[in-house]
Design a protein. Structure first.
Length: 638
């Protein structure tokens, strides 16, 4: 059995997008391998925490399986020597037969135990693997959920790390466990076999081990090379996945067919795959040559060891039973060394990948939270309101400033409308208020206190937001609305009230199962109900109003809340605008000036600066840019 490198997996993990240089010498290779292997205990702790009983059973079973080969060959030696002695002396007395029968029974029991242990180990390892995969995925999901801002999610490097972590989570820790299991079992067997062979000829045992060392070093190097090339390719793998998803997602299906783009994206997929496969084919060929040479070295060494043992028997230096035992021990040493080398090499590679999973788990959020116990709770009722004070901001990895020294005030109980062209910074203001981003400089004050000093959970509990790109949850209508305030997910009175405020009741009443109707068809083509853009927006608006009840969220943010609604639905909602926002500090973003005119104050943004502000009537009297834009839009309806 010769170890070979498995490089056909389209997966990885890494540090940066550059493969590490090849290991140059054995000392450097050994020291770096030890550093990489230091991650194994961390994985094993996860294994233990996943299910302690299964882990304990696995350890015990592997100790038994590790000792079984030595017990078996020793029993065979005693049986052969007993038979040979009987033949030599011609003595087949009842005592001699009883001894042989006893040894055969012992051998049968050893085989029975080891045979029953094998499926037991597989069962326990599979069961333990389920728990481990669950816990690893939970670590990744909880880490992603713990990142309180969204800037990291817009960073390609973060997505590379996330992709690597997700790729490996389902099987890499389990593979590490499998390799550790194989190493521990084979090490016990190897140690016992070395003791057997060393009792006959110590230098022979040392020679067999020495012959295995080049293979061990070579396999670690090959696994390192496999990891490096896969690690480097992660961005390319993400591109391949994207091209595949474009062809298979319902959101893109219409345009793909309308513009006949299928062949284009298939070609892009094939081009990337060809690059990917070419690099792997070259690496596999290189590894095959090395493995071929190493296999032949191992074969020559094994034959030489056999020859020495056989000629020792011919000289009557050892008995026939000892001949059988030493030959088997030699074979077992070579076999167990192969398993250990193979497993260590793959354990090394597994740790390289696992390291990147742990790197993802150490990603931190740029949003700085107050120290434990130092965070302030948001006042139950705003007294003054919210003020942007010389706020500057640019997106991560971009030097283009969205704002520079932006200042404005949103007074408590007041409604402000933000208008301006796309890219003026309106939605960015919403994200800053939600603390999904942090200002680069300047402050956002809430009742005179820097927003950073407030407890983040407390602050977000005081926000009710409908985003321009609202989420279409594939849940029931009740859940779609209820997630706006999960504490009241089953409070039908509150859910119906929120739906009424968003003019969604008549829509939901048409569904076969009313509020228990599944929205979207991801999970059930028969029972799921697909909605139009305007209908989804009513559901999203209902969700926003779930948190906007009496004594709940104080700041209501509506980012293009009616963009997908027809004119009648929009009119119905804004006819009740003052009622819906009563007692709430409201920030409204809309391109429709018929909506904007209902706000107390209008801010006109242009290139990150406020160029006009005032009520609708004041700005119309001013006859400036706002009035021009309003009249331009109004002319469309004349």
């Amino acid at each position: 059995m010769t170890a070979s490198s498995s490089t056909g997996e389209v997966s990885s993990p890494v540090s940066e997008n550059k493969p590490l240089p090849p290991l140059k010498n054995w000392f450097k290779q050994f020291s770096e391998a030890l550093q990489v292997m230091a991650g194994t205990p961390r994985i094993l702790r996860l294994v233990w925490q996943s299910h302690r009983q299964f882990t304990a059973i696995l350890i015990s079973a592997n100790i038994v399986l590790g000792l079984a080969p030595m017990a078996e060959i020793w029993s065979v030696k005693l049986i052969i020597d007993g038979v040979a002695q009987c033949i030599k002396t011609g003595n087949f007395s009842g005592t001699e037969q009883a001894n042989l029968i006893g040894l055969l029974v012992v051998l049968a029991l050893i085989r029975l135990v080891s045979s029953s242990m094998e499926p037991t180990v597989r069962l326990v390892q599979e069961q333990l693997g389920d728990h481990l995969v669950r816990d690893i995925n939970l670590l990744i999901l909880r880490k992603a959920n713990s990142l309180v801002d969204i800037s990291v999610f817009e960073n390609p490097t973060f997505h590379d790390k996330l992709t690597r972590a997700q790729n490996e989570a389902s099987y890499r820790p389990l593979a590490i466990l499998s390799n550790v299991t194989a190493i521990s079992r084979s090490f016990i067997s190897l140690t016992s076999m070395i003791c057997v062979l060393a009792s006959f000829q110590p230098w022979l045992a040392a020679a067999v081990i020495a012959l295995a060392m080049p293979n061990l070093i070579a396999q670690i190097k090959m696994q390192h090379e496999s990891w490096a090339i896969q690690n480097f390719e992660i961005p390319e793998v993400r591109k391949m996945r994207y091209f595949a998803e474009v062809l298979t997602r319902v959101e893109t299906a219409s345009e793909i067919r309308l513009f006949n783009l299928g062949d284009l994206f298939i070609k892009k997929y094939l081009d990337k795959f060809a690059e990917f496969q070419k690099a792997h084919a070259k690496l596999r060929a290189n590894h095959w040559i090395r493995n071929f040479i190493l296999a032949n070295i191992a074969a020559v060494g094994l034959v030489a060891s056999y020859s020495y043992v056989v000629f020792s028997a011919l000289r009557n230096a050892i008995s026939l039973g000892s001949l059988s035992m030493y030959l088997t021990a030699t074979t077992q040493i070579e076999y167990q060394l192969e398993i250990i080398i193979w497993s260590i090499a793959h354990l090394y590679q597994g740790n390289l990948f696992a390291k990147n999973m742990f790197d993802f788990l150490e990603v931190s959020s740029p949003v700085v939270l107050p120290a434990t116990g130092a965070a302030k709770l948001v006042p139950k009722k705003f007294e003054h309101g919210i003020r942007f004070e010389n706020v500057s901001f640019h997106y991560p990895d971009s030097e283009r400033k969205v704002f520079e020294n932006l200042s404005f005030e949103l007074k408590a109980g007041q409604s402000i409308a933000l208008v301006g062209e796309n890219g003026a910074g309106k939605t960015t203001i919403v994200k800053l208020l939600s603390r999904l981003y942090e200002p680069v400089s300047g402050r956002i004050l809430v009742d005179g206190v820097d927003l950073k000093e407030y407890d983040l959970t407390s602050w977000r509990a005081n926000l009710s937001v409908i985003f321009q790109n609202y989420v279409r949850f594939h849940l029931t209508a009740r859940e779609n609305i209820g997630v706006g305030n999960v504490d009241f997910l089953d409070d039908m009175e509150r859910i119906v009230s929120a739906a009424e405020r968003a003019s969604a009741v008549s829509l939901i009443e048409k569904f076969s199962d009313k509020y228990e109707t599944m929205l979207g068809k991801w999970f059930s083509a028969d029972k799921g109900t697909e909605l139009s853009g305007g209908e989804w927006q009513k559901i999203a608006l209902s969700r926003a109003f779930m948190r906007a009840g009496e004594g709940e969220a104080q700041l209501l943010i509506l980012d293009e809340p009616t963009s997908a609604l027809d004119a009648q639905a929009e009119y119905d909602i804004y006819l009740r605008f003052s009622e819906l926002t009563r007692g709430k500090t409201t920030l409204l973003i809309s391109h429709r000036f018929s909506t904007v005119k209902m706000a107390d104050v209008v801010l006109l943004l242009e290139k990150g600066k406020i160029i006009e502000q005032g009520s609708h009537d004041e700005l119309m009297l001013k006859n400036g840019e706002y009035a021009r834009l309003y009249n331009l839009q109004a002319d469309r309806y004349k």
